[in-house]
Design a protein around this ligand. Sequence first.
Ligand SMILES: [Zn+2]
Length: 319
Amino acid sequence: MKLYKIFFYMVFSIFLLISAHDAFAKVKIVSSVPNFGDIAEEIGGDKVEVKSLSKGYQDPHFVDAKPSLILSLNRADLLLYTGLELELGWLPPLITGARNSKILTGNIGNLDCSTLIPNILEMPTTKVDRSMGDIHPGGNPHYMLDPRNGIPIAKGIADRLKEIDPENASFYDERLGDFVRRLNEKIKEWDEKLVPYKETEIVTYHKSWVYFSDWAGFEEVGYVEPKPGIPPSPSYVAELIRKLQKDKIRLIIAESYYPQKVPALIAEKTGASFLVLPSSVGVREGINTYFDLFDAIVGEVTSKLASITTKAGDFQDSN
Ligand SMILES: [Zn+2]
């Protein structure tokens, strides 16, 4: 064999080895919803490959369990999900179909992120029957809408990554430290923006903003849904309109995947403002990270409340 040929084969084999090693080395993470996936990317950097099963604009309670999602689960080293039965309607059949023991409950590749949250809200004191329509039977699963909860989630993901891929433990630790520092800085900034609006009374479509309200100091006085997952009846809507008029509630919040007609009607009848807020990474263009998400939520809520306050001020001045 000619020398250049030997050289060519050597280079080619080294290239194959490197690319095979690289593909093998990346930890494959599958996230049920995009928020966990984004934080996993923050921690894992180029050592991980992240895929989200649902999009940020989809209702996370009711994702279409397409068979094509099974393939990513079949190859996954780590599955991240919300827990508290949020994904009960669609994730278990996909896991069963994936036939991947790594991601089964109890194994290292299965991370129910709700177990990382120190303070789950609305934990039921008596057993809630899901057949009655309440889709939050184990406590409220929308904990990612309090940015302070991003910290235990990031720590929990880093711990799992270190177990799965101990060789890169210090890499994950370093990125975790950096993420927590940046998130704490941003939380301070968002906190300051929200300060003037503490004790704002709001109505939300679904009971998905309780963690956000807890953080922002808002008071939730009603919901467009009579129970999580139950659409409102006309008489319920009429009652809610009377309540908003009586208590002078100025703000109604909903996610974009809920029907907009009813909250828009309630707003029209009561003079309240109706605000559609993003609730997940990937919900629309420009919201690509957990930081972008809260920049948008805090920015949109505070500018809406500022305009409401100004209007109220003008009204008082003219009297
Ligand atoms: Zn919910």
